[in-house]
Ligand binder design. Structure first.
Ligand SMILES: [Zn+2]
Length: 385
């Protein structure tokens, strides 16, 4: 299929000063699951199956590199309480754990698929899904197995929080996470994650969890520096993590460590929005040379939105990113955070994952916040929304 008459095409293939490789009056040829040709519409190869984009903008599909979608239950009451002045604490996770353990496979699968479809309709073509609401060997393995049905980007987050039944025996829980639980989950997962934060896991515990995952062939990632300053970023960088996510409270040393590493700083502005908290400063990271991704962190507690267009708008308005930087971070940045080199850009040989916007330029994603601007979505060359 040839998509032609694209008013503005964002390729993410750098061209001179333009990191987003913008082509105006463009066309894209899709063959099977892959992109076959990209260039000016006037030079496009002849093709019988033509889609006229009518001057609309086309961008790579969003790569949402951080989401918690295997869960049951609803915490709208907690959100309402928080908006009425009760501060956020990590303890609310335990409520979702109880509801998730009690749910059937089918109930979890239905909720997961509903959310993945919701993401697709908003332009997300790749999504990472974490475990972390089971916290038993059986329930974590089940979450990973269900997640693997909908995405190859599955993360083991047994070290989300110490479950209530281990409150007095956290070392025993760490033995479980780094032993039998890891054994049961690893066949279904690509990554291992840990919530390194006061009230969750210490830097030493985080190191132990990530090292065990690496030994089992998993790629490390981390929830770090969300609620206050700490050693999370330093541990993540030292362990070669693909990304450290949140990065709300960073020291100058943290920023320098990220800038000097392959570890992506993944910012999750939906969390700050939904918890009425101060946003991280993306400008500081970008100016230092760090690679920045933005992701939804969609989860039932601290941020129940799956909207990557909203993340782009928040990144621009609240984190001092330019519209182009935010679109890059939500596409190519997410691909870097997942260590994928076949998504996040529109170029020959890449997977045919792209979004036609109902807008003339990508700037509209931030310029028109909250407006449904997704015209159509292709994943592996197939329309999914
Ligand atoms: Zn998260």
């Amino acid at each position: 299929m040839l998509i032609t008459n694209i008013g503005e095409l964002t390729t993410n293939v750098p061209s001179g000063e333009d990191r987003l490789g913008t082509v105006t009056d463009a066309a894209v040829l899709i063959q099977g699951e892959r992109i076959a040709w990209v260039g000016p519409a006037a030079e496009a190869p002849a093709h019988t199956d033509v889609m006229d984009a009518g001057g609309r903008a086309v961008i790579p599909g969003f790569v949402d590199s951080h989401a918690h979608l295997v869960f049951a239950g609803d915490r709208a009451d907690e959100f309402e309480a928080r908006m009425s002045g009760v501060p956020y604490a990590a303890g609310g996770i335990r409520r979702t754990v109880a509801a998730t353990r009690a749910a059937s496979d089918d109930a979890l699968r239905r909720n997961l698929r509903r959310l993945v479809d919701e993401c697709a309709r908003q332009g997300t073509t790749t999504i990472e899904v974490k475990t972390g609401y089971g916290l038993t060997v059986h329930d974590e393995a089940r979450a990973a197995r269900l997640a693997a049905e909908v995405t190859p980007e599955v993360t083991f987050l047994g070290a989300h929080v110490v479950p209530a039944e281990y409150a007095e025996a956290r070392d025993d829980y760490l033995d479980l996470v780094t032993g039998p639980m890891l054994h049961a989950v690893a066949p279904h997962a690509k990554y291992i994650d840990v919530f390194c934060e006061t009230g969750a896991f210490s830097p030493e515990e985080a190191r132990r969890v990530l090292a065990a995952g690496i030994e089992h062939g998993l790629v490390p990632r981390m929830h770090g520096n969300q609620l206050g300053p700490g050693e999370g970023v330093q541990v993540a960088v030292q362990m070669g993590a693909a990304s450290v996510d949140h990065c709300t409270y960073l020291s100058d040393d943290d920023v320098a460590a990220l800038a000097g590493s392959e570890t992506v700083a993944t910012l999750l502005p939906g969390v700050e929005f939904s918890t009425r908290s101060p946003y991280p400063d993306a400008r500081r990271l970008i100016d230092a040379g760090a690679t920045v991704a933005i992701a939804s962190d969609c989860n039932p507690g601290s941020c129940f939105t799956s909207s990557m267009p909203l993340m782009v708008a928040l990144a621009v308005r609240e984190m001092r990113m330019t519209p182009s930087e935010a679109v890059w971070a939500a596409t190519a940045g997410g691909a870097r955070a997942l260590r994928r080199d076949d998504i996040g850009a529109i170029a020959p040989g890449m997977r045919a994952d792209l979004v036609v916007l109902d807008a003339p330029t990508r700037v509209h994603l931030a310029y028109r916040p909250g407006v449904p601007l997704i015209d159509s979505v292709y994943k592996d060359g197939v329309p999914v929304a």
